[in-house]
Write a protein that binds this ligand. Structure first.
Ligand code: AMP
Length: 370
């Protein structure tokens, strides 16, 4: 193996309109695979889900942890009603998906207690997992161990885990979200302030990641690499190794046991059905398509704190042009980033700094819909 050679290259949405290419090396991928083999102990009799699109790094887990164990991979075919029906049809033993897929199954009433007795692992990753969904899935997959995994593409698939315990976990959830837990063996986490100095235990900070799963940076983009792959300030009472850390943009708090609690984002990155999206990237396309600077992309509608789609909110554009605007967005953005509807506001609300107030717009959409 040539550890530095690229195992795969994945592009994620970028705030300037240009996607960022993350080059994951062979040694990054092997570090994840070796740990996953130990942690999940998949074996030849296992039947694993393949829910993730190949443009998503979690598909690398689907394919290679399964084949590495000589297990059977069960891809989700489009004609299946919902991926969750695969659990029964294929007698799956290992499930891995974004929480949105489970949420869809829940809405269809598929999570009856004991519905998925064959599952021995239920893994979720890619977006925040709500406590109510974790409890419902655990009830359906009552013989399985349920874990909430967390990680960005830049740190190779997943890098922290939290194991759900029906008796104790509900009380540990913050803002109704399942904690993201502890780093994998050999990986490091650190919550920092805006000066990249570690925050005190119990305080919120931006999560930085270090270790053998952290990639080197973005393809041909030294500027963005320098912004996100950094060295931390050393505090005298904390052990911070002299290495490069990846700034995730995720806000967390860590308790005295070292358990990490996910508190949201510090920027405009959102997840739409598990896909990572920088809203500014859509704003740029939408503004050109609508021929106005007063246009903004908003995750909408919201359910359980997360969005299943994007809408455009514009001011001063002719509603007759909506179909044309959406069609123009379709030519430049992947399907999950295209606004599915345009709302026309007489004025776009601004915050005290004169910036477009996305929170206020979301509030107004809520009132509009009711
Ligand atoms: P991606 O690079 O597409 O895997 O997206 C990474 C981002 O997804 C992270 O920086 C988080 O914002 C979010 N994410 C991934 N897993 C979780 C999780 N378990 N809970 C909350 N957010 C998550």
């Amino acid at each position: 193996m040539d550890g530095d050679a690229t195992a795969y290259l994945l592009f994620t949405s970028g705030s300037t309109g240009i996607p960022k290419g993350v080059a994951v090396s062979q040694s990054n991928a092997v570090a994840y695979m070796e740990y996953a083999a130990k942690r999940f102990g998949f074996h030849a009799a296992d039947r694993c889900s393949q829910n993730f699109d190949l443009t998503f790094d979690l598909s690398v887990h689907d394919l290679f942890t399964c084949w590495d164990a000589g297990a059977t991979l069960c891809p989700y075919a489009e004609q299946t009603l919902t991926p969750a029906t695969l659990v029964e049809e294929k007698a799956l033993t290992c499930w891995f998906s974004v929480p949105s897929v489970a949420m869809f199954a829940s809405k269809l009433g598929l999570l009856d207690p004991g519905a998925f007795p064959t599952l021995r692992w239920s893994l979720f990753c890619g977006e925040a997992l709500s406590a109510s969904l974790a409890a419902a899935w655990q009830g359906a997959a009552n013989n399985s161990i349920l874990e909430n995994l967390y990680g960005p593409t830049e740190a190779t698939i997943a890098i922290t885990y939290y194991r759900w315990d029906s008796a104790t976990s509900p009380a540990e959830c913050v803002r109704g979200l399942v904690p993201i837990g502890w780093p994998f063996d050999g990986q490091q986490v650190c919550a920092v302030d805006e000066n990249l100095a570690p925050v005190a235990m119990g305080e919120s900070g931006e999560l930085c990641l270090g270790g053998s799963q952290v990639t080197r940076g973005y393809l041909n983009d030294p500027e963005k690499t320098a912004k996100s792959f950094v060295r931390l300030k050393k505090a005298s009472d904390q052990h911070i190794s002299d290495q490069v850390w990846y700034r995730t943009g995720d806000l967390v708090r860590q308790d005295e046991r070292g358990c990490l609690f996910y508190l949201g984002r510090r920027d405009f990155q959102v997840k739409i059905n598990g896909y990572r999206v920088e809203l500014q990237e859509i704003d740029l396309v939408l503004r050109e398509a609508a021929h106005t600077e007063l246009a903004v992309a908003i995750p909408w509608p919201l359910s359980d704190g997360s969005a299943s789609g994007i809408v455009g909110v514009v001011s001063g554009s002719d509603p007759k042009l909506d179909a044309q605007i959406i069609a123009a967005c379709e030519t430049r953005l992947p399907r999950y980033m295209v606004p599915n509807r345009i709302y026309h506001f007489p004025q776009i609300p601004l915050n005290v700094n004169g910036k477009i107030d996305r929170g206020k717009i979301t509030e107004m959409l809520g009132k509009w819909e009711n």
